[in-house]
Design a protein around this ligand. Structure first.
Ligand SMILES: [Zn+2]
Length: 409
């Protein structure tokens, strides 16, 4: 077992770096700043240069200097330090060596079991060393795996100066899980030609297509009068909200779509007869269909508003991120090199559109093509999260291979 990688992983996951959606600071939690400062010490210790913490965006960046005179592209690797909205206090990673393919009791006392019946993906790990939770927390493999794989890769190259490589930039940032971390990323300062987020799932994942994403918030002004004398006067805001939802395409919801099919996802309705609020997220891989979906909702609101002598429904649409494919397609080097790197290591690349977004969705639109590489973890964001040591080793190897291949381009 590659103990350096695993030791670092255990050290990092035990530190609570949960982000907080309700916070207004950057990063959203002090614990992420503390973690970043500790990371900087580790990066210094292994011998990286240009180690910096950016107070404005919360990113730690560092460089592995080129050891060649050849003019080669600068490649970047990015991972996030925060963990998802789930208990991250007192994480106690559990090792299961030579996994036998059977269920794993995570917590005897609370009868929490990680079972292949619920998670058939476990069957892919027979004979490997799994790291799981103790059932009380998430694991934080998302994305501490990515962090240790990147550090492990550059450390390996520092220890093997005979391997020629160009400059490598690395960045560890906050608040990916609350969707804001990459907003202030500084691509000029990062100064890479292309980059990768190392934040994907199982071995082989290579993603350069994400959703286009928008939020839609609706405010509905009703008119409340005594129900006994309400005829032709009352406007029930809640009923309007329900009606509006039924006017949307009923098949275009998350629970009925997959692959490249987009959706409207109703997140909440709350209110009274007098006023109501509702919130949606809108998602589609196709920019055209994405724009159509927003237009559809806008038209429905206009149609409903026509019924009244005043505007009763107010719609606020906000674009959140776009499909990175639009940008990456213009410079496919990052994807081609990652594909080749995996094949060189006998890993079959698994390229598929992400039904979500990554930090790379935003960073790509800032001008830095940034597809997503597997980090190895499974069952993210909850107590059933696990990662195989072998997967982390493979991800580290892929990063090293990408750096080597970039040198030949
Ligand atoms: Zn992640």
């Amino acid at each position: 077992m590659s103990s350096q990688l695993v030791d670092r992983f255990i050290k990092y996951v035990k530190i609570n770096t949960r982000s907080d959606e309700s916070s207004t600071t950057v990063p959203s939690t002090q614990s992420q700043i503390d973690f970043s400062k500790m990371l900087m010490e580790d990066l210094k210790e292994i011998g990286l240069s240009e180690i910096e913490f950016n107070e404005k965006n919360g990113f730690v960046t560092a460089s592995l200097e080129a050891n060649t005179d050849k003019d080669v592209p600068t490649v970047g690797f990015i991972a996030h330090i925060d963990t998802a909205d789930f208990n991250a206090e007192n994480i106690q990673p559990q090792f299961h060596e030579n996994y036998d393919g059977q269920k794993i009791v995570l917590n005897e006392e609370k009868s929490i079991v990680l079972s292949p019946e619920d998670f058939p993906n476990m069957k892919n790990y027979v004979g490997q060393t799994l790291i799981t939770t103790d059932g009380n927390t998430l694991l934080g493999s998302d994305d501490k795996s990515g962090i240790v794989e990147i550090i492990g890769a550059v450390e390996y190259l520092l220890n093997h100066p005979e391997i020629e490589h160009g400059k490598v930039r690395i960045a560890f940032g906050p608040d990916e899980e609350i969707g804001t971390g990459a907003d202030l990323f500084d691509t000029d300062h990062f100064a890479a030609d292309f980059a990768y987020t190392v934040d994907g799932g199982p071995v082989g994942e290579l993603e350069y297509e994400s959703f286009n994403a928008a939020s839609a918030d609706l405010f509905i002004q009703g008119k409340n009068v005594h129900p006994g004398t309400a005829k032709d006067t009352m406007v029930n805001a809640l009923k309007l909200a329900v009606e509006l939802d039924t006017m949307l395409p009923q098949e275009e919801v998350p629970e009925k779509t997959d692959g490249r099919d987009g959706f409207y996802h109703l997140l909440g309705i709350e209110g009274t007869v007098e006023e109501a609020k509702m919130g949606y997220i809108i998602r589609d891989h196709s920019r055209e269909l994405f724009e159509e979906k927003k237009q559809k909702l806008t038209s429905i609101v206009e149609e409903l508003n026509k019924r009244f002598d005043q505007k009763r429904i107010t719609l606020t649409l906000k674009d959140q991120y776009y499909n990175m494919r639009e940008i990456i397609e213009k410079d496919m080097r990052s994807v081609e090199i990652a594909d080749e790197a995996m094949r060189n290591l006998d890993i079959e690349p698994d390229v598929k559109p992400i039904r979500g977004g990554t930090d790379g969705s935003k960073i790509s639109f800032m001008g830095l093509p940034t597809p997503n590489l597997f980090a190895g973890g499974e069952n993210f964001h909850g107590r059933y999260e696990f990662v195989a040591v072998e997967s982390m080793e493979k991800a580290m190897d892929v990063i090293i291979e990408i750096i080597k291949l970039t040198h030949t381009k």
